[in-house]
Design a binder for this molecule. Structure first.
Ligand SMILES: [Zn+2]
Length: 163
């Protein structure tokens, strides 16, 4: 995911970069990573901002099924020859570089954007504690089918807080 430095001007320009997840060594992404960036230069520095998007495959924490989730993360980074920068949103440049390589920065951004808890859907029922069956697919135990209607309210609350 590279941009030729000679293509960057003081006037903001849009750049569309793509790469396969495998090329960036991200096992959760087998499709394409796309970054739409607006880049310009000011003095010796280059500024890039935009969005990076990809579909990642995760395993659900609750039911262990695989699911796909879109990750879309804003990016704002600057690129400079100065090596003594203290911010993370910075890509160092060597004086003989002819292009800016965003790959490592985009990889980091995507990995940090992964959801903290991975759930295939907000109301995932998880696995049955006794049988290990996936409760999203398996029908509920017969006992629960005949549950007292007065428990319906409680069931509703439980599903809302995702137990
Ligand atoms: Zn699940």
């Amino acid at each position: 995911m590279k941009v030729l430095i000679s293509h960057i001007t003081m006037k903001k320009k849009m750049f569309s970069l793509t790469a396969k997840g495998a090329a960036l060594d991200i096992p959760e992404i087998d499709g394409e990573i796309s970054a739409i960036l607006e880049i310009y230069k000011m003095g010796e520095k280059y500024y890039a901002s935009g969005t990076v998007t990809a579909n990642a495959r995760f395993q659900c924490d609750l039911c262990l099924d695989e699911f796909t989730q879109e990750i879309s993360e804003p990016i704002a980074v600057y690129i400079s020859y100065d090596s003594d920068e203290s911010t993370d949103d910075f890509i160092p440049l060597a004086h003989n570089d002819v292009e800016i390589d965003f790959s490592a920065y985009i990889r980091e951004t995507l990995l940090l954007a992964y959801p903290y808890t991975k759930k295939c859907r907000s109301d995932c029922k998880g696995l049955d504690a006794i049988t290990g069956l996936n409760l999203n697919r398996a029908s509920a135990p017969a006992k629960e089918e005949r549950a007292d209607p007065r428990w319906e309210k409680l069931k509703l609350i439980r599903s809302q807080i995702n137990l």
